[in-house]
Each structure stands twice: as C-alpha cells, then as structure tokens.
Write a protein that binds this ligand. Structure first.
Ligand SMILES: C[S@@+](CC[C@H](N)C(=O)[O-])C[C@H]1O[C@@H](n2cnc3c(N)ncnc32)[C@H](O)[C@@H]1O
Length: 230
C-alpha cells in the first residue's frame, strides 16, 4: 500500500508510513521549507514539562518530535504503530514502544503530559485516541496537539491551497521514498477541521480549558488542554 485513503484504514496508514520512513525527516524539512523545527520547539514550550515529568509522544514516527521534547529534561517515550517509522529513528536515544493510539499499551494516569504532532489527523477514530490520551494522563496533566490547520488570512489560504495541491506533490516526487503518500498528506490537510472545530472535539473527549495558538499564519495550530482534577 503506497498511500492511505481518507477513511484512514489503520493497516493502510501504518503501511503508508512504513513506506515513507526512510526519507521522512528530510522530506518534512524540505516540504515545510524548514519550519518543522520551529513547530517542534513551540510544541515543547507549550507542553510546559521539565525534569521529573513523564511524557508520552504519541504517533512519534521516527522520534524526531520526541528528541525535541527530551530537551526539556523530562523523560519521554515515543509510541507509534508504524514499526518502520520507529526503526528509521533507531539511532535516536529515546525509549520507543510500538502501539496503537486508540488502544494504548500503558496503565491509567501514568503520564504528566501527552502530545501528538502531525499524528491525530492520521488516526481513524480521533475521539478514541483523545480519550485514550486522557486515560493515561494524570489528573491536572497537560495535552498538546500539534497539527496542520486553517490559515487565518484568506489570501494566504488561497496561496497555501495551491502549494498543497500543486507544488507539494511535485517536491515530494523529488525527495520522498513514497511520493504517493504526499498526495494523501495534501488531501488530509484540506479535509481537516479548523481550529475552533478541533478545540470542540478535544473538549468533547474530556479535556478541559482547551485553547489554541496559531503558528506560521495558521498553517499549524497548537491546541492545549488539561485533564480535569477529580
Ligand atoms: C506525520 S507522522 C508524525 C511523526 C512525528 N510525530 C513528527 O512530528 O514528525 C504521523 C505518524 O502517526 C502514526 N499513526 C497514525 N495513526 C496511528 C495510530 N492509530 N496509532 C499510532 N500511530 C499512528 C503514523 O504511523 C506516523 O508515524
């Protein structure tokens, strides 16, 4: 399977990411025009973790997002259901656990914070994943979702749509180990809910005080919330 469809069948998604794994990091940096580093740093800052905290980086892929979180001093574990992605990040010195976001292989309330970067959009049952993230987080613990979103300026949104549908797949042809997957990327970004709708979905899964912050004009949004205290 070289690309998943928008129904996001878990087997198709995992095998699509196995196919992009080898050149995932470099493709990301090229297609984001180098902004991926800034988005990861902003995610770490938004998570507000420090030494002594335990953090789950869900849908961590090659663990490129996890090593950035580790700079906080917190203990961070990378979890993903694409073993190919985890293997491509084998050189990264972080604990890695294979697992599905909708059935996490962790006990209740073991993490101080949970985050998912560019992953939630690819999960077939997003409510189930958000509820699982709440289950494994301690009361008062924090969630940050870093995901592509809706540009705030209409003019910029039009130019971005052109980039997604025209330039991005061509650039992926040149750099990716599975260019077809980047057609899925463009389609899944366009089909993804805007900032307010996603905030509502996160709240509906049991997270409190959900807020968001736009990055790069809304190309990416960071949504943050807390697990309510009992
Ligand atoms: C675009 S990559 C993001 C990787 C990394 N977090 C980053 O910031 O670059 C999305 C990842 O989500 C993973 N994924 C999608 N659905 C998943 C699920 N149900 N359970 C676990 N991982 C999943 C994929 O295997 C893939 O590695």
């Amino acid at each position: 399977m070289s690309r998943a469809a928008l129904d996001k069948d878990p087997r198709d998604v995992a095998s699509m990411f196995d196919g992009v794994a080898r050149r995932y990091d470099v493709t990301n940096t090229v297609l984001s025009l180098g902004r991926d580093r800034h988005w990861r740093q902003a995610t770490r800052a938004a998570l507000q973790v420090r030494s002594g905290h335990k953090v789950l980086d869900l849908a961590a892929g090659t663990a490129v997002s996890t090593v950035e979180l580790q700079k906080s001093g917190a203990w961070c574990v990378a979890t993903d259901f694409s073993v190919g992605m985890l293997a491509a990040g084998a050189a990264r010195q972080v604990p890695k656990v294979a697992g599905d976001a909708t059935k996490l292989p962790f006990a209740d309330e073991v993490f101080d914070a949970v985050t998912i970067s560019f992953g939630l959009r690819n999960v077939a049952d997003q409510q189930a994943a958000l509820r699982e993230m709440a289950r494994v987080t301690r009361p008062g613990g924090r969630l940050v979702v870093c995901e592509f979103s809706t540009p705030t300026s209409r003019l910029f949104a039009t130019a971005y749509k052109e980039y997604l549908m025209q330039a991005l797949p061509r650039m992926a042809e040149a750099v990716s180990s599975n260019p077809e997957a980047y057609v899925y990327l463009a389609e899944s970004i366009r089909a993804w809910p805007d900032q307010a709708t996603l905030a509502h979905e996160i709240s509906r899964a049991g997270w409190a005080a959900v807020r968001w912050r736009n990055l790069t004009g809304g190309i990416v949004a960071l949504h943050a919330g807390y697990k309510p205290l009992r």
